[in-house]
Write a protein that binds this ligand. Structure first.
Ligand code: TLP
Length: 339
């Protein structure tokens, strides 16, 4: 099987598993797990912020961040197809009690003038506007990179109006690599970031929330409230440290393979291939006569796994277990199937 469903399928490396055996452990709820403390410190430093908090998943990291930035009934702005709205089980409303305000974007970018328009002046009738969420890279926009200019413009407007800015940076390192830019520079204008260790970086579990000391202290309590206080969490942090130190630079290979897949698929006339910027390739299959479910069933019969993104939209994601040869082979199979 050529498994192009997600970079979440990546397995831990041998070095990560070995790191677990040697990790210094303790009770992290009491801040006694040295490995967790080390990971949190390194994560904060890497992002150029004061502090960090290890959480179980990207979904938990975004939820804890929203809970920490907001009060119940607050209004939170985000791009219409953002993961936090689309795929996080409505947690921000069900648990944090906020109301999402969706702004249609251009390849995942919130147009600054649209945000300016959307944030209304105080009025007895309106919810309190409190937070803006940027997603970088933007998953449903096809792994699109949100450039530093947009991050800055959105942050400036938000801060001017008294709102905070959170980045769903599940794949922030993919963005930094694609931009050939230091990640701390990219996130400089924003207040908080969630990033994942368990996607392209190949760690088995874990994400981090990064921000200033005061925010992280409050977030730690919110994480506890939703059951995310962990004990010997060094078993998660140890492979996480390897992910952070050793797995970032290799993301470029995933991007190169995705670009190669894009090039091959563009040769198939019935496919409409979205521009590829990182490790995600979206194809519009409207002209093939199949819908995504049928198309993916046919692909699976032929040894390829991918995921549906809409009725006629399919996503392929490259990652550490996908080689250049796999990409050539997958494209040849799809070409043959659609002939
Ligand atoms: N995304 C997963 C699925 O949920 C769709 C994937 O395969 O891409 N933010 C972004 C931008 C994400 O893409 C994801 C995961 C998350 C947050 C949530 O992370 P987890 O899965 O760790 O809760």
């Amino acid at each position: 099987m050529i498994d192009l469903r997600s970079d979440t399928v990546t397995l831990p490396t041998k070095e990560m598993l070995e790191a677990i055996l040697d990790a210094k452990l303790g009770d992290d709820v009491s801040r006694e797990d040295e490995t967790v403390l080390e990971l949190e410190e390194k994560a904060a430093k890497k992002m150029g912020k004061e502090a960090a908090l290890l959480v179980t998943s990207g979904t938990q990291g975004n939820l804890v961040s929203v809970m920490t930035h907001t009060n119940k009934g607050d209004e939170v702005f985000m791009e219409s197809e953002s993961h936090v709205y689309y795929y996080e089980v409505g947690g921000m409303s069900a648990i944090a009690g906020v109301i999402p305000h969706l702004i249609p974007g251009n390849r995942g970018q919130i147009p600054p003038e649209k945000l300016e328009e959307a944030i209304r002046p105080p009025d007895i009738h309106y919810p309190n506007p409190r937070l803006v969420i940027i997603e970088n890279t933007h998953n449903r926009a096809g792994g699109a990179v949100i450039p530093p200019e947009n991050m800055k413009a959105i942050s400036d407007i938000s801060h001017d109006k008294g709102l905070s800015v959170h980045v769903d940076g599940a794949r922030i390192f993919n963005a930094a690599i694609a931009l050939n830019m230091d990640v701390s520079k990219l996130v400089e204008p924003v207040d908080t970031i969630m990033f994942c260790l368990s996607k392209g970086l190949s760690a088995p579990i874990g994400s981090l929330v990064v921000g200033n000391e005061e925010f992280i202290e409050k977030a730690r309590k919110n994480r506890k409230m939703i059951g995310g206080g962990m004990r010997q969490a060094g078993v998660i942090a140890a492979p996480g440290l390897v992910a952070l130190e050793k797995m970032v630079d290799r993301l470029k290979e995933d991007h190169d393979n995705a670009k190669k897949l894009e090039k091959h698929l563009r040769e198939i006339p019935s496919l409409n291939v979205w521009p590829v910027e990182t490790n995600i390739v979206l194809i519009d299959i409207s002209n093939t006569g199949y819908d995504s479910t049928q198309f993916l069933l046919e692909l699976e019969k032929r040894g390829i796994k991918a995921v549906p993104f809409a009725r006629h939209l399919v996503r392929f994601t490259t990652h550490r277990h996908i080689t250049e040869k796999d990409v050539d082979e997958a494209a040849a199979i799809i070409k043959e199937f659609l002939k």
